[in-house]
Design a protein around this ligand. Structure first.
Ligand code: ADP
Ligand code: ZN
Length: 818
């Protein structure tokens, strides 16, 4: 009898690949274990066992596997079901899901030379084009060989680029074939067996009278053991006895001390404190809690719609406390890593070391540790907080998922595949585990609220802020009128200035929101009209005054600001539009006696940049904080009484069918930062178009009308939630080729789906890093079969791929999102 194994390779293959194995291997291997396999002419990959069988492949001869890596599965059956769903729903391969789902350390490959340095946070704005290409390729493949990099960059000599990347700590080189995850070991010592009795001990101390250093070590060891009653860490012992490793070594050599190595976990908790009791809920929270529990009885996905600062988090805490009592695991998903920092502290107060954290800023080793703790259902990983990738952890017994700020678009992954939405995938995961799931938000997404309306989701709400603090008043300020009457000072209306002065005069703080960084997005010549553009992207360069530079926000490009126009030579350059930098500058002129801070991508780059600003503002070292949407999310400042929105119009004009919904959410969330304590807060929104219905709805907190109008539009134009969409993106560096290719594709689609195909269209920025971009949108009306539609699209892609002229054109799918 012959034996075969079908494996998932971590590369975009349509099918599972088959290898031949021996009978013993067949008996040993289980689904979810890793094995090393040869692939292609020279490559070796880490593959995941899917199934074992006796049928040889028909079109190729099965090769033998190289080696078995695991003794036990590292991935369970439920996870594989989730992967299959993601691959099918988001139109990618299971290999891509495998690569995206497990820590990079699980995927090591052979003959590898270059890999991404996971410990470095890379800001791709600082990368040159060729550096970016290598960096990007390493997102898709954890390891690259030098030859492959030559092919990617289309040049022979790649060493200069690699040297630069090495210097920047972005890549590392490696020669060894296999590196397994090595747990960190700590050295411990205890007294040797021969010295356990009191008499022997006395003798020992007597003999050591002539070796005072060694004697001191033994005495310190006693003291330390009196506390721990166990062996003592060598590092601690050295410190306590003020000795050295040489002295310890002598004692070990003499068998006075015995050493042992103990595995320690890298993720350290600071949990000496007692856990505090869960807070009693107020009546509104209690009602919501009961409604949630009712829905959970039927295992219904439930939406908690609670205004900002209503105490949703305390409700989550109570639900978590209940579920872990039953021995089940809980997962708390957050859209942003920055938010996890605040929440960890809050949850650890209640649950101590049962809380684990998992996200991409963690090192490879830390991620492997959390993975293993969840896999073996350890106590210290009963509650996992994390960004979207924590969905892929090997839960065996999940009882509750919380998706906080469920409306946030950062739950959607855009690059690389799998391009999944973590909220939606979490709902599937919950179903697979028969676990409960709660979505929470002050501004629910149209999708989720729609699902409540049609009875698919349960609903609970909290309409009041905790402690009965009033919702802030929201005032719309017409800046068109102000401009006409020449009443504006810079970008500030009279009303806004008046309110800022008032707040500052009584020692209160102010937040100002402008959703654009830099000084100005456009530098234009007033003589000839020339606008300075990025040479690599179809977008104007943004002026950053602080560095006196023009920068592209899409690629690495930057140049010094010039004195005169590059086209006509006249020194008549002017800026158009404004960003946070300009507001900061105007504030410094308008309020010279106050401290102004700015929070955007440029001021929060360093590892602690974000925390530093938040701390300074919390301690009231800053009076006014200007920022981009970073400011809007979940932050809780106690002394902010005024929030100003500098310009609401750019948000509304964004080319996305969700632009109005997103504006409503963003503005409501920003407004929620005002007046979180006793005094009622105030929000001023400046706009050229204050009569816009969305701004009205924000100002009156009218979620219901916003929802009704948005749903009407979406139904009308066949957009989600009732309908589905697939966006197909094409990328290539040849302008003509991308046009022809996307037209061909669109035509084939139109043959099948007719007018439900839009495009090909140029996105607002139609070329990025010298790659031209085209989009096609396929609308899928609700009565049309979703899977069949996706399959026909895939079939068209297959024919497309056989056309040699279109070779090299990348085809990217985004499902539900544009
Ligand atoms: P949300 O998550 O809805 O924005 P939070 O959970 O952050 O609101 O609650 C807002 C504030 O009210 C927090 O400072 C929180 O500690 C406090 N709070 C909420 N519920 C309670 C409660 N039941 N008992 C005591 N304090 C509470
Ligand atoms: Zn650019």
């Amino acid at each position: 009898m012959q034996y075969f194994v079908n494996v998932i390779l971590p590369i975009p293959l349509e099918k599972l690949f088959t290898y031949s194995i021996s009978e013993q291997e067949a008996q040993f291997l289980k689904q979810g274990m890793r094995i090393a396999v040869p692939f292609g002419k020279t490559k070796i990959y880490t593959a995941l066992v899917y199934e074992i069988h006796n049928t040889p492949p028909t079109v190729y001869e099965a090769k033998e596997i190289h080696q078995i890596i695991d003794e036990e599965p590292i991935v369970n059956a439920v996870q594989l079901q989730l992967w299959l769903w993601i691959a099918e729903y988001y139109m990618c391969t299971i290999g891509e899901v495998f690569r995206g789902a497990v820590p990079g350390a699980f995927l090591l490959e052979s003959e590898t030379l270059i890999l991404k340095n996971e410990d470095t946070t890379v800001d791709d704005v600082n990368l040159k084009d060729d550096e970016f290409l290598v960096f990007e390729a390493l997102q898709h493949q954890s390891i690259l060989r030098v030859q492959e990099i030559s092919a990617i960059l289309d040049k022979k000599n790649t060493l200069p680029v690699l040297n630069r990347l090495l210097k920047k700590n972005i890549i590392s080189l490696k020669e060894e074939v296999y590196e397994r995850y090595k747990p960190k070991m700590e050295r411990y010592v205890q007294l040797g067996k021969a010295y356990q009795s009191e008499e022997e001990l006395k003798n020992l101390l007597d003999t050591l009278n002539r070796a005072p250093k060694q004697r001191k070590v033994i005495l310190s060891l006693f003291q330390l053991q009196a506390v721990t009653k166990e062996s003592v860490k060598v590092s601690v012992l050295i410190k306590e006895s003020e000795s050295s490793s040489a002295v310890i070594k002598t004692l070990i050599d003499k068998n006075v001390l015995e050493e042992k190595h103990v595995r320690t976990d890298r993720v350290i908790y600071n949990c000496d404190k007692e856990n505090i009791a869960v807070k009693p809920l107020n009546t509104y929270q209690e009602e919501a809690f009961k409604a949630i529990k009712e829905n959970f009885k039927e295992n219904k996905t439930t939406l908690l719609h609670g205004v900002t600062s209503s105490g949703k988090t305390e409700v989550y805490v109570k639900l978590i406390a209940d579920v872990i009592k039953t021995g089940k695991q809980a997962l708390y998903l957050l859209p942003e890593i920055a938010l996890t920092t605040q929440l960890i502290v809050r949850l650890q107060d209640y649950f101590g070391e049962q809380v684990a954290v998992y996200h991409s800023k963690y090192s490879i080793q830390e991620r492997v540790e959390v993975w293993n703790n969840v896999l073996s259902n350890k106590l210290k990983a009963q509650i996992v907080i994390g960004a979207r990738s924590s969905l892929f952890l090997p839960f065996s017994n999940l009882g509750l998922i919380i998706v906080d700020e469920e409306h946030e678009s950062s739950f959607k992954q855009y690059d690389p595949a799998p391009r999944y939405h973590a909220r939606d995938a979490a709902i599937v995961l919950a179903n697979l585990h028969k676990s409960n799931i709660l979505l929470g938000s002050a501004t629910p997404s149209v999708e989720s609220f729609y699902n409540v309306k049609i009875g698919k989701y349960g609903y609970a709400s909290i309409k009041r802020r905790y402690g009965n603090v009033l919702m802030p008043t929201i005032e719309l300020v017409d800046i068109k009128e102000q401009h006409r009457k020449k009443r504006m000072q810079g970008h500030f209306s009279e009303r806004l200035l008046e309110e800022i002065r008032e707040a500052l005069s009584i020692g209160e703080q102010v937040i100002l929101f402008q959703n654009r960084r830099g000084y100005a997005p456009i530098v234009e010549c007033t003589t000839c009209g020339h606008v300075t553009q990025c040479p690599n992207c179809d977008v104007s360069l943004t002026y950053h005054e602080h560095r006196k530079k023009l920068r592209c926000h899409y690629c690495s490009y930057q140049m010094a600001i010039q004195q005169s126009c590059l086209a006509c030579g006249n020194a008549t350059l002017d800026t158009k539009g404004f960003g946070t930098e300009q507001i900061e500058k105007e504030l410094n002129e308008l309020f010279p006696d106050n401290n102004i801070g700015r929070m955007d991508l440029d001021t929060t780059r360093g590892k602690y940049g974000y925390e530093k600003l938040i701390n300074a503002f919390e301690k009231q070292e800053l009076d006014i904080l200007v920022g981009t949407q970073m400011l809007t999310k979940g932050l809780d400042f106690r002394n902010v009484s005024l929030v100003g929105v500098m310009n609401a119009d750019t948000l509304l004009n964004f080319p996305d069918f969700r632009a109005h919904e997103k504006t409503f959410q963003l503005l409501t969330q920003v407004a929620g930062r005002a007046g979180r304590t006793n005094k009622r807060g105030k929000v001023l929104i400046q706009s050229f178009n204050p009569y816009h219905q969305i701004l009205k709805q924000v100002s009156t907190g009218d979620f219901a009308t916003m929802f009704k109008e948005q749903i009407y539009d979406r139904e009308q134009y066949k957009y989600p939630p009732a309908n589905r969409i697939v966006k197909i993106t094409f990328k290539h560096k040849d302008y003509n080729k991308i046009n022809e290719a996307s037209f061909w594709f669109a035509k084939s689609l139109k043959n099948v789906f007719g007018e439900n195909v839009l495009g090909p269209e140029q996105p607002p920025v139609a070329r990025v890093r010298n790659q031209y971009i085209r989009n096609i949108i396929v609308k899928i009306p609700k009565q049309q079969h979703l899977l069949k539609t996706k399959n026909s699209i895939k079939r068209i892609e297959k024919s497309f791929n056989t056309i040699s002229h279109y070779k090299g054109v990348r085809v990217i799918y985004n499902v539900d999102y544009i």
